[in-house]
Design a binder for this molecule. Structure first.
Ligand SMILES: Nc1ncnc2c1ncn2[C@@H]1O[C@H](COP(=O)(O)OP(=O)(O)OP(=O)(O)O)[C@@H](O)[C@H]1O
Ligand SMILES: [Mg+2]
Length: 610
């Protein structure tokens, strides 16, 4: 067995005690001691700083330190060395206090033996080692505890930070979700409102669809929808009534297949033109057979129209039975003509009166002349009888001569043919006026007829003569090769008459004002390309700038009541433009006069004029 050597520091000022302890330690067999001695505490502490001692044997009555205070001094210097207090006194009290103050053990110097000393030293060393290890272990434990604690705190801190971050994240997410939720709610509300709006809109669309259906059914015009492939897809009640075909009969028929009572060729041509031009086409006066089998007229408007939602556009035909209106119009035109005749009657009567007057004067002259001549003839017969009976005397002859002289036979011989000629002329004049009146007031037919406009204008000049002859001379410049024009001649007469009366009034105003003694009205006709042009020119005062845009308006007049109603040019415009597809314009210059220019189309081929 190897015995460990223990370094012992003995702090003892008593040489006897030092010797005793050296001796005892040397005697110890189980342990080897290496003893260093110090006589003062300061010296002991200096040794402690130089050498690592296993034990310190400390006397409490030293020259530089006495009592328990000595232990405190050593302990405040180092804790690494165990202390066994050596007491001279056998004082249990002090010994206990020394142990409490940090000593491992105490030994009474008087009781010492080698075993006890060795054992006390070994125990003290062992206890100190254990205590140190314990303290070490405690420290380590504390350190590891602290470390674990620090780590835990760090982890807690990190986790807390993580949690805070996660929390912040969560808060953000909650906020976002709340926001999204609110947005979703708003969206839902919005969608519900939109849905409600859509439902309302759908109802409105359905309602307006029903209304449109009703409108189509109730519309007081013929309404026919024709698809791009010519199939009929709309046919309203009015079409059923007017064309005496039920909707079921015509739907899905084509326009050309349907047994229509109208002039199918004209309608098909109109539909074709509408498709080509992609614009509305108006067809006036389409012939058709009415429900009562009478002949009627339709006015049709054919327009391009998208009937079904997809596919090629079709056409929409809107039509009206204008038979009754046309009848009324012609009656009205006739009434206006008669009204014009009425207005012209005084003038016409005057016109007829003059030739009638001299025809009647001449007839009276012829009557008297005949009476005289008959008397003379009787006388001649008596002379002839006497000559036959061979009893003719101078008396007979003188009586004849006297009678011939009395009745102025040579005068009668010259005048009678003149009177007959004049009477014939007078009668011809009356016949012309009557013919002109007849021509002028002729009601005209339903159809346009080819008319000689020169002749028609001539008649109008005649019937209106009394209107212009006091204020103007009439100059006519007619194109002798003027082609006949398809027209409603009664209406055209009415237009020309109004123009002449207007011209006469314009000149008459200047005559009445004393500016002019007599003016001129010039009427010209000529062919211009595919139209015939009529110019009625006057030397009146012209049309003031301010009223030029209004003169064709119905009821616009500058004339006093009784002289004009403002309908003449409005009717003229309607007749020329609407009824004949012609034009009516005017040129005017203040103080120089005006010219009204009418052009009527010749809408059938004519040989080129030379
Ligand atoms: N040749 C003309 N010269 C000057 N003014 C004219 C001429 N023709 C027409 N006007 C003007 O145009 C107006 C309208 O003419 P319009 O023929 O329509 O009606 P009106 O002659 O006044 O009446 P109505 O013809 O009904 O008897 C006339 O009142 C006149 O002011
Ligand atoms: Mg007029």
């Amino acid at each position: 067995m190897t015995h460990r050597c223990l370094n012992v520091l003995l702090v003892e000022d008593n040489p006897g005690d030092v010797f005793l302890l050296q001796t005892l330690l040397k005697q110890t067999e189980s342990v080897q001691f290496d003893l260093v001695c110090a006589t003062r505490l300061a010296e002991g502490l200096a040794n402690l700083s130089k050498t690592a001692f296993d034990i310190m044997l400390l006397d409490l009555s030293l020259p530089d330190s006495i009592g328990l205070d000595t232990i405190d001094k050593v302990r405040s210097y180092t804790l690494d060395v165990p202390i066994i207090v050596l007491t001279g006194l056998d004082d249990e009290e002090i010994a206990m206090q020394a142990v409490q103050a940090g000593a491992q053990d105490y030994l009474a110097k008087s009781d010492l033996d080698d075993n006890m000393l060795a054992r006390a030293i070994r125990y003290a060393v062992e206890r100190h080692r254990l205590q140190t290890e314990l303290a070490q272990a405690q420290r380590q434990e504390e350190e590891s505890l602290k470390k674990a604690n620090d780590e835990l705190e760090m982890r807690v801190e990190a986790r807390t930070a993580e949690l805070q971050e996660a929390n912040a994240h969560l808060q953000d997410e909650i906020a976002e979700r709340t926001k999204a939720e609110r947005e979703r709610e708003a969206l839902v509300t919005h969608l519900m409102a939109a849905n409600q709006f859509l439902e309302q809109l759908t109802q409105e669309v359905q309602q307006s669809h029903r209304e449109i259906e009703q409108l189509i059914a109730d519309i007081p015009s013929i309404l026919i929808g024709v698809e791009a492939d010519d199939r009929i897809s709309q046919w309203n009640a009015k079409a059923e009534d007017a064309l005496t075909l039920s909707k079921a009969d015509v739907l899905a028929c084509t326009l050309s297949d349907c047994p229509m009572t109208w002039d199918t060729q004209v309608v098909l041509q109109g539909v074709r033109r509408c498709r080509e031009l992609q614009q509305a086409i108006e067809l006036d006066n389409v012939n058709f057979t009415r429900a009562d089998q009478s002949h009627g007229f339709l006015r049709l408007t054919i327009s391009p129209f998208q009937l079904s939602s997809a596919g090629e556009p079709g056409v929409l035909i809107l039509g009206q039975d204008i038979t009754d209106r046309r009848l009324l119009e012609s009656q009205l035109a006739q009434a206006q003509k008669l009204e014009a005749i009425g207005q012209l009657a005084a003038g016409i009567a005057h016109e007829i009166n003059t030739p009638t007057q001299y025809v009647s004067d001449n007839t009276r002259f012829l009557q008297e002349a005949f009476h005289d001549l008959a008397t003379l003839m009787k006388q001649y017969e008596a002379v002839c009888q006497a000559a036959h009976d061979t009893c003719l005397t101078d008396t007979h002859l003188n009586a004849v001569k006297a009678l011939a002289a009395d009745i102025d036979a040579p005068y009668l011989r010259d005048e009678i043919p003149l009177a007959i000629q004049q009477s014939l002329e007078g009668l011809e004049r009356v016949a012309t006026i009557v013919r002109a009146m007849k021509d002028f007031s002729h009601p005209g037919g339903e159809e346009k007829v080819s008319a000689d406009l020169n002749k028609a204008i001539e008649s109008t000049i005649t019937v209106a003569r009394n209107e212009w002859k006091y204020v103007a001379d009439m100059v006519v410049d007619f194109d002798p090769d003027l082609p006949d024009v398809p027209c409603f001649i009664g209406d055209i007469n009415q237009v020309i008459l109004n123009m002449m009366v207007n011209a006469a009034h314009a000149i008459g105003d200047l005559v009445a004002a004393g500016t002019l003694s007599k003016g001129t009205i010039t009427v010209k006709t000529r062919r211009v390309h595919d139209a015939v042009e009529i110019r009625i020119q006057d030397t009146g005062g012209g049309i003031p700038e301010a009223i030029r845009s209004k003169i064709f308006d119905p009821f616009f007049t500058t004339k006093e009541v009784g002289r004009g109603t403002g309908q003449g040019l409005a009717i003229a415009h309607n007749v020329v433009v609407e009824k004949h597809g012609g034009t009516i314009n005017f040129e005017t210059e203040m103080s120089r006069g005006s010219t009204f220019i009418i052009r009527l189309p010749i809408d059938f081929p004519l040989p080129e004029s030379t």
